[in-house]
Write a protein that binds this ligand. Structure first.
Ligand SMILES: C[S@@+](CC[C@H](N)C(=O)[O-])C[C@H]1O[C@@H](n2cnc3c(N)ncnc32)[C@H](O)[C@@H]1O
Length: 167
């Protein structure tokens, strides 16, 4: 399969930050979590292990990461709950997501806005690390904005993406 180039480098969410990320994701029974650009899959694997979610889906373009992650899913018998999509996240369908995690870049978050708005149901949550979704209003911000991997933004479709927010 010939795919385009990744729009963001692989920089994993640090293990020390995962507690804050999971607090923001607020995963509940039946949730379907997508990590757009899932890297080595650390967020979806932990989500599938520790939370009563229905499914965790990782979308990733880099072939070597996808291969290693698929091997890990197999080794850890996680395929009932974990799905890996080797594709560009601009192309992969995400309409069954109830929660989306993105550790990308502000410019990429901006480009993903139409897709998130079109495909996600109202009430779905979008959680970003460090980089905001320009023009959308977070319902919650965790962390202290003091530097790298220090801040997590929580957005809700139907609330955060409405225009004319009083800022
Ligand atoms: C900053 S890393 C975050 C990895 C993981 N989400 C985490 O938090 O540990 C961004 C990931 O997005 C992937 N990526 C970049 N552009 C992509 C695209 N257009 N489609 C799918 N994956 C992409 C990169 O290969 C990289 O693994």
């Amino acid at each position: 399969m010939v795919l385009g180039s990744p729009s963001v480098p692989f920089v994993p969410t640090r293990k020390e930050v995962l507690d804050m990320v999971f607090e923001a994701l607020d995963l509940r029974e039946g949730d379907v979590l997508y990590d757009l650009g899932c890297g080595d899959g650390r967020v979806i694997m932990e989500a599938a292990k520790k939370y009563p979610i229905k499914k965790a889906v990782g979308v990733e373009l880099r072939e070597e990461l996808v291969k290693d992650l698929m091997d890990r899913v197999k080794k850890e018998n996680a395929s009932r709950k974990v799905q890996i999509i080797h594709d560009d996240f601009f192309k992969a369908p995400i309409s069954d997501a109830t929660v989306v995690y993105m550790y990308l870049l502000t410019s990429v978050n901006e480009s993903l806005k139409p897709k998130l708005r079109q495909e996600l149901k109202p009430g779905s949550r979008v959680v970003t690390l460090d980089f905001q979704i320009p023009g959308w209003k977070p319902v919650k911000i965790l962390g202290d904005k003091t530097g790298w991997q220090k801040t997590v933004y929580v957005y809700v479709i139907g609330i955060s993406d409405m225009t004319n927010h009083p800022s």
